[in-house]
Write a protein that binds this ligand. Structure first.
Ligand code: ZN
Length: 173
């Protein structure tokens, strides 16, 4: 079954630091990437949003994410992604997560980052990202270190239900 259940806030696996992947050319890693791809696509189809997923969210504490920027942006897996550089300039935003889709968290993220990662063949790739894409990658890479957006909340009032977030018209801000 390629579509996996998405772990929900409170599951201790989400706070675990994930293991590096070195067996690029293995069935285990290939099926992990495929499961992430299918689970992300399924979530997006059912909910109308969703651009990235991290392995611990499907219960696998290994360092892999799958990203699909729409439309026409980067799409594919990133294995062992790490942030090489980040801008001093930060942006404040409402962050959401598949593992608690009805809770938005106000936090700041670097505006631009340089990321390196392994591709499915184990080769090191690098890319620079800004704006939405940079925010997303920081969110997904945090998952690999067991860090959730709730851990990065600016203060105790940096939480909002999705219903209230929509009611206040914050989706476009
Ligand atoms: Zn998340």
């Amino acid at each position: 079954m390629p579509v996996k259940r998405i772990l929900q806030l409170g599951d201790p696996i989400l706070w675990q630091v994930c293991d590096l992947i070195s067996d690029f050319d293995s069935d285990r890693t290939r099926s992990l990437i495929e499961d992430l791809d299918h689970t992300l696509a399924d979530f997006r189809k059912r909910n109308g949003f969703g651009r990235g997923i991290a392995a611990p969210q499907i219960g696998i504490a290994r360092r892999a994410i799958f990203v699909r920027m729409h439309p026409g942006g980067f799409a594919g897996p990133m294995i062992n992604p790490w942030i090489v550089r980040e801008s001093e300039e930060r942006i404040e935003m409402w962050d959401d997560c598949f593992s608690f889709p009805n809770l938005l968290v106000r936090l700041t993220r670097a505006k631009e980052i340089l990321v390196e990662y392994h591709d499915v063949d184990g080769a090191v790739q690098s890319l620079s990202a800004q704006g939405d894409f940079a925010e997303l990658l920081q969110h997904e890479i945090d998952h690999l270190d067991g860090i959730l957006s709730t851990d990065r909340a600016i203060d105790s009032q940096s939480f909002m239900t999705r219903e209230e977030w929509i009611r206040q018209g914050l989706e476009s801000k």
